[in-house]
Write a protein of this length. Structure first.
Length: 341
């Protein structure tokens, strides 16, 4: 979680702002906790702390496995090598708000509450929007522009997160994790099977086990999703056959995705959360947690609250994810046709 670190200039408690310091700080802390509880980031990204200027992400290919040798035979020498690598460099994020002497003198309670609320809301909205922009941007290209700065949405293999031509570093055919199919019970089953057959950079089956579905805040998509997953009987059969997908997926409705997705698309994203955390599929790195400083400006006599944070996010291993409902990408494959072939 993001957390928060406070620092305060000496002597500020002796000023006119002294009585407002603790209430504002308490309000900021409470809002941080409230926003973190509602955040979808921890369901989409592997979140970790960082102590470096940048971090290199990579993985290792699988070994070839055990070989039969016969009685008394020597052990064959196996090998593995480093896969593709991705470097994430931290970015500094800042914001500030002002409490005037008049607010404190006139006991402007609404202003003293609304300003820190807007400050904290802006910080967490930025984090959520940044994460959503990256995830949605990974459908359309290898980079996005967010708040005027360019960020990569490419994985370690150099392809966009969701691509039809992810290549293996050592051996194996190109693989796709982007599909045209709109959500349905059949498309869900087909995508799960496709992900379970994803291969590593040495052509070996990884046994991916998707357990999470991420969707934008779309009422029809939400209705179809819960209709397919919310009952233990198959809704498509008159004899109520068993619905084997019942209770097996965690659903994340992420309203921040809506503003970044292509209008033609209704994406539904399948994720193996365990593989994502163990192998670093989507990675969020916090270098400096939100640090808030309060001081009095000598020129204006106003109480300035400044916030600073350093973090970065990006994608390393595409195999944690697959997306359906992408009609705008002509290279996107068809799940149902592939499954029926």
């Amino acid at each position: 979680m993001a957390g928060i670190i406070f620092s305060e200039s000496s002597g500020i408690n002796d000023s006119v702002f002294g009585k407002s310091q603790c209430p504002i700080r308490l309000f900021v802390e409470k809002q941080v906790e409230a926003f973190e509880e509602k955040s979808a980031l921890e369901h989409v990204f592997m979140i970790a702390d960082s102590k470096n200027f940048s971090e290199k992400l990579t993985g290792m290919t699988s070994m070839n496995g055990f070989q039969p040798t016969g009685e008394g035979g020597a052990c064959p020498q196996d090998e593995m090598q480093e896969g593709y690598e991705k470097i994430l460099e931290h970015v500094t994020w800042k914001d500030a708000f002002t409490v005037t002497q008049e607010m404190v003198e006139d006991s402007k309670t609404i202003d003293l509450r609304s300003k820190p609320y807007a400050f904290v809301s802006g910080y967490h909205r930025t984090r959520e929007q940044f994460g959503a922009a990256l995830l949605a941007g990974g459908i359309n290209g290898t980079s996005i522009k967010f708040r005027g700065m360019k960020f990569s949405t490419a994985c370690a293999d150099g392809k966009k997160l969701f691509a039809h031509n992810h290549t293996a570093k050592v051996k194996g055919d190109a693989q796709s994790n982007i599909f045209q199919d709109e959500f349905s019970a059949d498309a869900l089953a087909a995508m799960e099977c496709r992900m379970q057959d994803f291969r590593d950079d040495n052509g070996q089956v990884l046994a991916i086990a998707p357990d999470t579905i991420i969707i934008p805040n779309d009422w029809k998509l939400k209705k179809d999703l819960f209709a397919a997953l919310g009952a233990d009987k198959d809704p498509n059969t008159s004899n109520n056959g068993f619905n084997y997908t019942f209770g097996r997926f965690h659903i994340v409705t992420w309203q921040y995705l809506n503003q970044f997705i292509n209008g033609k698309d209704k994406p539904w994203i399948m994720l193996d959360s365990n593989y994502n955390k163990e192998c670093g599929g989507a990675v969020w790195l916090d270098r400096i947690k939100l640090a808030v400083k309060s001081y009095v400006d000598e020129n204006t006599d106003n109480n300035i609250w400044k916030g600073r944070s350093r973090f970065i996010a990006g994608f390393n291993d595409w195999r944690a994810f697959a997306v359906g409902g992408i009609a705008s990408d002509t290279n996107a494959a068809k799940l149902i046709e592939t499954a029926a072939a």
